[in-house]
Design a protein around this ligand. Structure first.
Ligand code: F6R
Length: 264
């Protein structure tokens, strides 16, 4: 796991967008896994800028989103479908047919989850998965206690997540859906590369636990320790409870020293 500590939210967003842009340039038909929430908004803004000002081309890119609230149609202003179009897709040249987001208003959610998993396989799997992290250590909506082998399914949201996300809903906690469709931890771990971003002091505990603590279903992000290609980009606040900050910063600043041994 590579841990990159950045000064602030802006630097975190620029770094994350640069990693995604590099992936798209290397493989124009990249399959991206995408997240919603407040963390990736700056990353998406920078990707939009790279598209508009530097010609970053999304025309062959396919995307799969992590999750969606169950019971919300894609027209609902707090749905993750709505979020993705507003904050990214309508500003870039992505082919609309290549956008996959779980549907919150499906008749048969189980059937849909199975279809979603198959669709990801059909595209050869996810090349680069972008993740945020919940203050309870969740990735996607894999709340504490989720199986680390779980697949796309319906999940009941934790009280903490409902409290955290109530800020987006007009009538506060009453209106936050209790259920979501989410990719499982097992689904996420099958992505070829993973990029997790986190900012702010309210993520510091979760980050310390998932990066330096034991692998446990109580902090589902800790399962990323089992993956071979994970990059974590944090701001200083989110990194503030890590014990090995000196090591991570040394590695970040001295990458050039090892290059000559790697044959790349
Ligand atoms: C959203 C998602 C969630 C969020 C997490 C952090 O698609 O999968 O796991 O990444 O809840 O949310 P924010 O960024 O709003 O703090």
């Amino acid at each position: 796991m590579e841990v990159i500590i950045t000064r602030d939210y802006n630097e975190m967003s620029l770094k994350a967008a640069a990693i995604i842009a590099e992936q798209i340039k290397k493989k124009p038909d990249t399959v991206l896994g995408l997240a919603t929430g407040s963390t990736p908004i700056g990353t998406y803004k920078e990707l939009i800028r790279l598209h508009k000002e530097e010609g970053l081309d999304f025309s062959k890119v396919t995307t799969f989103n992590l999750d969606e609230y169950l019971g919300l149609s894609s027209l609902h202003k707090e749905s993750y479908n709505y979020f993705m179009w507003k904050n990214l897709f309508k500003h870039i040249n992505i082919n609309h047919e290549n956008v996959y987001i779980p549907k919150g208003d499906v008749q048969d959610a189980e059937d849909f989850c199975h279809w979603y998993e198959e669709k990801i396989k059909e595209f050869g799997g996810i090349d680069l998965q972008l993740l945020g992290i919940g203050s309870d250590g969740h990735i996607a909506f894999n709340e504490p206690g989720s199986s680390l082998m779980s697949r796309t399914r319906v999940k009941t949201l934790d009280e903490q997540t409902i409290r955290d996300n109530s800020r987006f809903f007009r009538k506060e906690e009453e209106e936050v859906p209790r259920f979501a469709i989410t990719m499982g931890v097992g689904t996420i771990l099958e992505a070829k590369k993973i990029l997790l971003i986190a900012n702010g002091v309210n993520k510091a505990d979760a980050c310390a636990k998932f990066i330096e603590g034991p692998v446990t279903s109580q902090i589902t992000a800790s399962a990323l320790q089992l993956h071979q290609h994970v990059t974590v980009v944090l701001d200083e606040e989110a990194a503030s409870k890590l014990k090995r900050i000196g090591y991570y910063n040394w590695v970040r600043d001295n990458k050039h020293l090892v290059q000559k041994y790697l044959g790349r």
